[in-house]
Design a protein around this ligand. Structure first.
Ligand code: Q9C
Ligand code: ZN
Length: 353
């Protein structure tokens, strides 16, 4: 299994996130990726490389998932933030006003000139700082996702897009949950565009993959499945319930398996079996796994109790789908364990194929 890692990831380094009325240090830090890379050097699963994808092909792959006005916003956001006030260069951009877009009371079709307003228009929380290097890092991550998809299209059994910031909370035109570009959706769409007829996304991050669900909600060629903390109590709160089953031709092609805070591996694993049954029934030609390691017992912001050794079994179960598989790196905030947990999962997969 090749790993495509993002050489620009550390350009995105948020300082603080808003949490319950105060600023706290960011959980989503560069060391997360460094620990995974170091563990892959210790326990190699295949080549570690930087993605080499054509610039125009990358723009196309991003545009297959995200809207032009959103990517244009992201590309220019930092310069606009600093243009508002030169002293803004000393602090990250965080939104503080939102249009409640889907409630139809506020206009989301008119682009505000005011940058702070646009920051809110294109986001859904104040926990995802946008920094000087966010766009470069996010774009480098999308390149990893595309390179991994192309590797699998070329015949590889699996490939790993090792990148941050993560992606599964980002929608077609919004950021949030530490995510800016939806790497898993970009990989899934690239697999479709490269000839795979039916692609399944099986999201194992602790948090519901709201962005990926929203992007593919009305699609019958993309099955989205997510196992996550019940949104009644867990982030992202406003999506991820069991009764969300897809819409239009996509009805029946979204499956949410919410589990209560405190869920252990035995119960989580039963949900994984159910998820894999759905992937099999869908007759997928390829699989994308947004791989969050924040299901770990020691995760500081999550509530499941998986142990490090459990991740071998998770990887082995994912391999049993017998599908060409792209992994994208998502959450996991117990920084000193995230490397071994990630590589345990990938090694469990690689040993089983
Ligand atoms: N102070 C991913 O795992 N809020 N995103 C947590 C903790 C946001 C997680 C609040 C959690 C986002 C990719
Ligand atoms: Zn998460």
């Amino acid at each position: 299994m090749k790993t495509f890692h993002n050489p620009h990831h550390a350009l995105h380094q948020g300082r603080e996130e808003m949490f319950r009325g105060r600023m706290v240090p960011c959980h989503e830090v560069p060391a997360r990726l460094d620990f995974v890379l170091a563990e892959l050097q210790r326990r190699p699963l295949g080549a570690l490389q930087i993605p080499e994808v054509d610039d125009a092909a990358l723009d196309t792959a991003i545009a297959r998932v995200h809207t032009p006005r959103y990517t244009q916003f992201l590309a220019g956001a930092w310069d606009e933030w600093v243009a508002m006030d030169p002293s803004n260069a000393q602090r990250d951009a965080l939104p503080s006003v939102w249009p409640l877009g889907n409630r139809n009371a506020f206009r989301t079709d008119v682009l505000p000139h005011n940058f702070a307003a646009r920051l809110g228009l294109f986001s859904f929380d104040s926990g995802s700082p946008l920094t000087a290097g966010t766009w470069a890092a996010a774009r480098g991550g999308a390149a990893c996702a595309l390179a991994a998809a192309l590797d699998v299209l070329g015949g590889a059994r699996s490939a790993f897009a090792l990148t941050r910031p993560p992606g599964h909370h980002a929608g077609a035109d919004f950021f949030g949950g530490y995510c800016f570009l939806n790497n898993a959706a970009i990989a899934a769409q690239a697999l479709r565009d490269g000839g795979k007829q039916r692609v399944a996304v099986l999201d194992v991050d602790y948090h519901h993959g709201n962005g990926t669900q929203a992007i593919f909600y009305e699609r019958a060629d993309m099955l989205t499945v997510s196992i996550h903390g019940d949104p009644a109590t867990e982030y992202p709160f406003f999506l991820g319930h069991a009764d969300e089953r897809g819409a239009g031709v996509g009805e029946g092609f979204n499956l949410n398996l919410p589990l209560p805070r405190g869920t252990n591996f035995a119960t989580w694993n039963a949900a994984l079996r159910q998820a894999l049954d759905a992937v099999a029934a869908f007759k997928a030609d390829a699989l994308v796994v947004p791989m969050g390691l924040d299901t770990f017992e020691g995760d500081p912001i999550s509530g499941f109790t998986l142990q490090s050794a459990d991740y071998f079994a998770v990887g082995e179960a994912l391999a049993s789908a017998s599908l060409p598989t792209v992994f994208t790196f998502e959450g996991g905030y117990a920084v000193d364990a995230v490397g071994s947990n990630a590589v345990n999962l990938l090694e469990g997969f690689a040993r089983a194929v």
